[in-house]
Design a binder for this molecule. Sequence first.
Ligand SMILES: [Zn+2]
Length: 295
Amino acid sequence: MKRESRELVYSTEYDLSEYKHVLTANKYRQLYDTLKFEKWHWNEPSSASRETLSLVHTEEYLNDFLNAKVTDQTQRAEVPIDNRIVQAAMTATQGTILAAELALKHGVASNLSGGFHHAFADHAEGFCFLNDTAIAIRYLRKKAPNLKVLVVDLDVHQGNGTAYILRSDKKSFTFSMHEKDNYPKKEKGSFDVELASHLGDTEYLKILDKSLETVKKKFLPELIFFIAGVDVYKDDALGGLGLTFDGIAERDRRVRAFLPDVPIAVLPAGGYARKIQDTVALHAQTIRILHGSLR
Ligand SMILES: [Zn+2]
């Protein structure tokens, strides 16, 4: 299957521009504004149902979350919760499911939100309320019970929630490559690679090449989720690595070239550059490269 599709997923529900207090909450809208004049095919997700969310999340947590209650479990997201934020997270989750379905059909698809890899089954964490990736995997398994799924998580922070949720899932494989001395408290995934702070392009790419070779030997997926956080950028406020725009483009080309016949769903995840336009440009660059419109 060629990865040549133009399928992108976006909803105006993602637009949290009015939340000036939430770190880079307006990057989703700005990413859409950057891409909307290019030749993409836009898909609009509905909102994920409670039934869908409960494929991963506990009833107790969903009672708090869906009612936007401030509790220990919801507050660990470290962003204020209200009905609008709840709606955005539920729509982004359905968007990730939709992107995965489109990827299976067309080879590649990207959601303009999602990759909330710090969310656990019973609590929020690190800006993440719902673990959209784990939910999408369980959702797809209703139709394809044996679907083998690989999560390639190259956000600067470890995908701790995803690793924890999928730990006993023999048909999933979580690969996370992240900064060692940074948030969060690490959970053991299928294959974790820890990076020294301040690592630059050349060293990073060398380690990535080697790691992808290892992943290939351990697991052969039928679908890949790429958690494409751009907080590996050298000017990121929450990341300590030293990658440049070109280095991140090379990272994304490696992922595109990796198992090229396997469908891939792309999720933005983190990105907190000191200049928001850098974050937006990096997320747009990832999408263009993964879809083959930028070589
Ligand atoms: Zn991150």
